[in-house]
Design a protein around this ligand. Structure first.
Ligand SMILES: Cc1ncc(COP(=O)(O)O)c(C=O)c1O
Length: 384
């Protein structure tokens, strides 16, 4: 592994006190929640250490965040962003919630593309918004795609106020093309809905794929969209609590300015994010190269030890969506892997009813721990 990602053992990781490392007893290998095991980038650690050293532990100021994200977007995503349109948020889910509260009526529908990130369903429930499903199309080879007929029908349902698009998509790691995004834009414009685009995994698009930021499209919906991004997934700092919303228009920027009190990020999260976007690009490249190797390694390990499990390597990020239906373990194979193999994956049904028989494996770790996870899954799969 690249030295930038650190040299970590299972014993060292087990000293961490985050959700990933505390949720299960020590004999369980955690490979569920979307935290990576790599060591934090030195530039990020330095930014936070420097703040602590001078007692700089107060409330946040956006500071250089707009310029930092704009330079990252220009350099890495081919997207020209006005720094004044970049707003810190505590995390992407809070940002999404606040925009939905502000732009949709209570009880209105929000369209999702399951299987998709489980907290979307949970948060819409808290908000009193109705989930309207436009499931992804699954091809015979196990790959998934946007289903524009299903999306058109879902957006046409009465009282639908918004569409929450996940791009890149969690848990599939799909990266949508500009043609697909333009079709999405046409449909949203025709049905006159708010568009929220969750691009949190965009910094970790892997070699061979190209992320198209929705707001970079030449389409009227690009102005209407709220884009969510963050250093939290790409640089593995969700614990520092800072995400980003990019307002597509001045009206959206005014709305975000007005809602500042609900959207305070952590001060250290802002400082860490500035460091990530400007000074930790070598770390990001090392992480992406490792994840590229990891997805290939996983495909090989599964082919050798669990040929019944379907896996189409993702184009982005560190999540592997495993089709375990041929193992005959029911709707929630992750429960069986946990009980019999002492390895914790995310249960497929967490991502919607379409996830029955699936599980999500986190491969944001070392090759050794991926091999150990697969070994444990195989033990469980072949146990009585
Ligand atoms: C698609 C997606 N959106 C949002 C989040 C949560 O981000 P945050 O911690 O910034 O709310 C995640 C976390 O894994 C995610 O995968």
């Amino acid at each position: 592994m690249d030295p930038l990602l650190g040299d970590f053992s299972l014993a060292q990781l087990a000293r961490r006190k985050s959700h990933k490392w505390r949720e299960y007893p020590p004999d369980v290998l955690p490979a569920f929640v979307a935290e990576m095991d790599f060591m934090v980038a030195e530039a990020i650690a330095e930014a936070v250490r420097d703040a602590l050293a001078i007692g700089d532990t107060g409330y946040p100021h956006a500071g250089e965040l707009g310029e930092a994200f704009a330079s990252f977007a220009a350099g890495r995503l081919g997207w020209t962003v006005d720094p004044a349109r970049v707003f810190p948020i505590p995390d992407v889910m809070t940002g999404i919630a606040e925009i939905l509260i502000a732009t949709t009526a209570p009880g209105s529908g929000v369209v999702l593309n399951p299987p998709v990130y489980g907290p979307f369903f949970i948060r819409l429930g808290y908000l009193g918004r109705r989930v309207v499903e436009a499931p992804l199309l699954r091809a015979g080879n196990g790959s998934y795609d946007l289903d524009f007929d299903a999306l058109d029908r879902a957006l046409a349902e009465p009282d639908v106020g918004a569409y929450l698009l996940c791009s890149p998509h969690n848990p599939l790691g799909r990266v949508w093309t500009s043609d697909q995004l333009l079709t999405v834009a046409d449909l949203c414009e025709r049905h006159d809905v708010e568009l929220l685009v969750d691009e949190i995994h965009a910094p970790l698009v892997l070699p061979g794929a190209k992320q198209v930021p929705f707001a970079s499209l030449d389409h009227p919906m690009a102005e209407r969209a709220y884009t969510f991004n963050s250093a939290s997934k790409g640089w593995n700092i969700p614990g520092l609590k800072c995400g980003i919303t990019v307002a597509g228009s001045q009206a959206s920027a005014d709305l975000l300015t007005e809602r500042w009190e609900a959207l305070l990020a952590s001060h250290h999260g802002v400082l860490a994010s500035v460091a990530a976007f400007t000074k930790a690009l070598d770390w990001l490249d090392a992480a992406a190269a490792q994840l590229d190797d990891n997805r290939e390694l996983l495909a090989g390990l599964l082919a050798g030890q669990l040929p019944e499990v379907g896996y189409v390597p993702g184009e982005a990020s560190f999540l592997a969506w495993l089709d375990c239906r041929k193992l005959g373990l029911g709707d929630d194979p992750a429960a069986h892997f946990l009980a019999k193999g002492r390895v914790a994956l995310s249960p497929g049904p967490f991502f919607g009813t379409q996830g029955a028989g699936f599980a999500r494996l986190n491969i944001g770790t070392s090759p050794e721990l991926i091999a150990e996870a697969v070994r444990r899954i195989a033990v469980a799969a072949h146990a009585e």
